[in-house]
Design a protein around this ligand. Structure first.
Ligand SMILES: C[S@@+](CC[C@H](N)C(=O)[O-])C[C@H]1O[C@@H](n2cnc3c(N)ncnc32)[C@H](O)[C@@H]1O
Length: 211
């Protein structure tokens, strides 16, 4: 079994490059393959759900078009790490709310900042070790993320959402295939080999946002 306490190649690389978590390389791979963070007519406006410690948020805020005139909103149960952000988390193009993305308060705050050109979520439940329970909790979070997309994603926008494989996750992908021109599952190389996580990617949202 992998030793999760020992910093691995990706963890060390992340810290060297100014990111608190290795997960930044998963987003980088998703972006390189699918271009989900490209600016659209309304600019680059991104929502990052389950954002702490903040690598994905930093990756986005360091993009030149986001620095110039983009916007990022983010939420997590935990605060963001301030170790590497060099003031980026204090910028006027960034909004963070600490709380539960399934709560009405967080939802209202984030929907009021939309519509977004991309919604991304790396949110993961605390794991119990029981795969069935963990997959069901992960799916609940992913369903919540999809409901944010249904309400606040701009037409043509993109979605990337983490899901633990198994259980009913295939049904979520089926729903995404109806809402997006393209929807598929993608497992970045930077995911640990034995990890059950994958990302569902939706490209070209076919509806108008409800907000
Ligand atoms: C793998 S981490 C995200 C890492 C992040 N993408 C980064 O690059 O730094 C998963 C996060 O999901 C958050 N999370 C899980 N359930 C949540 C919920 N209901 N509301 C908000 N955040 C949640 C956890 O607190 C945790 O910080």
């Amino acid at each position: 079994m992998a030793d999760y306490k020992k910093p691995d190649h990706w963890q060390q690389k992340a810290r060297k490059e100014g990111y608190p978590a290795r997960s930044v390389y998963k987003l980088q791979e998703i972006e390189q393959k699918y271009g989900i963070l490209k600016s659209r007519a309304g600019g680059c406006r991104v929502l990052d759900l389950g954002a702490a410690p903040g690598s994905w948020s930093l990756y986005i805020l360091r993009k030149p078009d986001v620095e110039k005139n983009g916007f990022l909103a983010a939420a997590d149960l935990s605060p963001l790490s301030r170790e590497f952000d060099k003031g980026l988390f204090d910028g006027s193009n960034f909004f963070f709310i600490q709380g539960d993305i399934t709560s009405a308060e967080v939802r209202e705050a984030l929907l009021s900042k939309g519509p977004y050109s991309a919604i991304i979520s790396d949110a993961a439940p605390s794991t119990t070790g029981n795969h069935t329970v963990d997959a069901a909790r992960s799916l609940e979070l992913a369903e919540t993320v999809l409901s944010y997309a249904e309400n606040a994603l701009a037409s043509g926008g993109s979605l990337a959402v983490k899901v633990f494989q198994g259980g009913e996750s295939g049904d979520l992908l089926k729903r995404m295939k109806v809402l997006f021109q393209t929807a598929k599952s993608f497992k970045p190389q930077a995911c640990r080999g034995e990890s059950v996580e994958t990302y569902f990617i939706g490209l070209g949202f076919t509806k108008q946002p409800k907000i």
